[in-house]
Design a protein around this ligand. Sequence first.
Ligand SMILES: *Cc1c(COP(=O)(O)O)cnc(C)c1O
Length: 437
Amino acid sequence: MSDPLTELDQRHLWHPFTQQSDWCDEEPIVIERADGTELVDTDGRRYLDGVSSLWCNVHGHRHPTIDAALREQIGLVSHSTMLGLTHPGAVELAARLIELAPPGLSRVFYSESGSTAVEIALKMAFQYWQQRGGEDRRSSYVCLTDGYHGDTVGSVSVGGIDLFHGAYGPLLFDTHRVDPGDSERLECVLDSHAGEIAAVIVEPLIQGAAGIRVQPPGFLRRVYELCREHDVFLIADEVATGFGRTGTLFACEQERVAPDFLCLGKGLTGGYLPLAATLTSERVYEGFLGAHSEYRTFFHGHTFTGNPLGCAAALASLEVFRTEETMLRLQPKIRLLGELLSGVAAMGEVAEVRGRGFMVGIDLGDHDPALRLGHRVTLAARERGAIIRPLGDTVVLMPPLSISKAELRRLVAITIDSIQAAYASAYRADPELRAAA
Ligand SMILES: *Cc1c(COP(=O)(O)O)cnc(C)c1O
């Protein structure tokens, strides 16, 4: 490799969710800057950011409002702790989030990643029931098959993607698994384990990392009702679906669901900085109140919890939602994307197109994993000017909400070409394989 940056990367870096021996066989793209919906590499080549820099960018890169808010905050303070102190951004953001979130949520606990937002909800739910007194010490969770809630040990325990989680089995705590859509089984589990279950955790409406799997309409609402009937907490992990992705600000809104915990991350800062939040109810909060000597404190907090720069970016992002009427302007783009995708669904190479709003999975069907068809689509898309990242052989499209209609058309056109190119390269050696696929 002639490029010194590439050489150093391959010598010292270890990339997430990456087989490094594959990584070192390929020439990486080095992103130097970005502008709106486009990423720009060190050679000046431009790429549409087709997956919002891993599902988090909302209003585009270098948005003037968010950039200005960050500059202003840097001029004040970049970090100060939330342990024993507070700061204006954290307070104002908490109040804004409570205004916008589903009803019943009144408290905000900050952290830095989606995984920790989930970890915090799990621990709060657990400790709440431990401290409630009496016999009611519930300590298990119900989660959905193929769910994904992050990569820390607690969030992996409630996750269900074997490919990611299989290796850690002995480290994880046991959970009850229910298939998405199977509310009868959920009812059965809640009945037969009454008094044992602390919380049910779901990704509302869509399971992202599972391959953009859409739940049947009404399922989320039914989960909510069953949690209410059985007095079990509902944890809604909106780390991926939050901040407009599914067409409403939060996915829970679409089925009038008011969870006991709402986990936010990814898009919270407009996709600028690592900030996350776990919102909960006054009931949960009050379960932790008491005299100092009772030690009902929530003993949890991260060094950069509620970081002022993160809060400034998040406040600015919410301001952009308001001033640019982001959600209103998103609706015609969702319709256009739907029209463009009907062309994709009709392709012979495509098994199924799934999704809601700006969360789309294009499933290429069953192929030999060694062919790495999804990855080939990614490589072909780069040559054509778009960055996308698949989940196995499901091609994911999740553009920033700010993408223009022309860019959206270009993104889908590149995806179509890239799928065709990937098939051609994967099955070039043996056309019969393709016929059999
Ligand atoms: C990405 C994701 C997480 C984990 O967030 P990190 O910031 O990567 O830790 C949790 N839940 C869902 C639904 C996600 O999509």
